[in-house]
Ligand binder design. Structure first.
Ligand code: KMH
Ligand code: ZN
Length: 277
């Protein structure tokens, strides 16, 4: 791997605007963030939306508008979250696909999520996978624990490859209840990914303090990167993150140092099997 795919996850569903003023919560803020992040090396944007009160929403109209606005203003690959917030019903999460993004997340199992439960039943996973296959939406398989890679192998075995034919996973590490954000965990996942279809790629993100160890371990293991305020609100001890672009710029810098500079959105489309728009 000679280049690095950098995904920005700018908002998420968990952090509050009142606690994290840099969080993009309006469509304008999202588009501005997206442009800024593209300029410093992001090629994919993982999108969660907020409503007028800055609370998480899966409102279909807002999702459709966001996809259109991001496509108009950036060349980024638009990936909508089907994970939503832990309280979102399955039907609303499935309906996210109606907004016709380039990509959507698809989590490979249930995980304790702090004091909550992020529920992803096998039947729900299959439904998401099949609907994405039908509609030509490329999944990013979200992995919160090692065994979820085995679930992915089972899914692909029973239901075939995703749209685009390429398998890409994102390791979400350091969630309280999931796998830790450690070098050992990245290495264990990398070994398990070798059992998935040839050419499977992975990115990794570490929540909170595990952000930098996971970033460095992923680069060293030939993986790609996800950064953003969804996962990390502290840049360094006592220093809040100023913007998503600050995190993307840092990730790009590390990627360049590792002799694997950020890939363009077009290169990322080729890698992931996403048609150019
Ligand atoms: N907000 C989490 C409960 C995803 O976007 O697909 C789920 C999540 C995963 O963020
Ligand atoms: Zn997410």
């Amino acid at each position: 791997m000679t280049t690095t795919l950098i995904t920005v996850a700018p908002t998420g569903a968990e952090n509050r605007k009142t606690d994290v003023p840099a969080l993009p919560v309006t469509l304008d803020e999202l588009v501005t963030t997206a442009r800024d992040c593209e300029a410093v090396g992001a090629s994919v944007i993982h999108v969660h939306l907020r409503d007028d009160k800055a609370e998480p929403t899966l409102d279909p109209g807002r999702l459709t508008d966001a996809v259109a606005a991001l496509r108009e203003s950036t060349g980024l690959i638009v990936q909508l979250s089907t994970g939503g917030a832990v309280t979102d019903p399955e039907a609303d999460r499935l309906r996210v696909l109606d907004a016709r993004p380039d990509m959507a997340s698809c989590t490979m199992g249930t995980v304790n999520f702090g004091d909550d439960v992020f529920l992803n039943r096998w039947e729900f996973i299959v439904e998401l996978h099949l609907r994405m296959q039908e509609r030509g939406i490329v999944p990013e398989y979200e992995i919160f624990d090692l065994g979820q890679l085995t679930t992915l192998a089972r899914l692909l075995d029973k239901h075939g490859l995703p749209a685009g034919g390429h398998v890409h996973v994102d390791l979400v590490m350091g969630v309280p209840g999931g796998m830790p954000g450690t070098v050992a965990a990245v290495a264990a996942c990398e070994a398990a990914i070798k059992d998935l279809p040839a050419g499977t790629t992975f990115s990794a993100t570490g929540i909170g303090r595990s952000s930098l160890p996971v970033l460095l371990a992923s680069l060293a293991a030939g993986g790609h990167l996800r950064v953003g305020l969804e996962d990390t609100v502290t840049y360094a001890k006592g220093q809040p993150v100023e913007s998503n672009a600050q995190l993307v710029a840092r990730a790009s810098g590390f990627a360049r140092l590792a002799q694997r500079p950020p890939m363009s959105a077009d290169q990322a489309r080729d890698l992931l099997g996403i048609a150019r728009v």
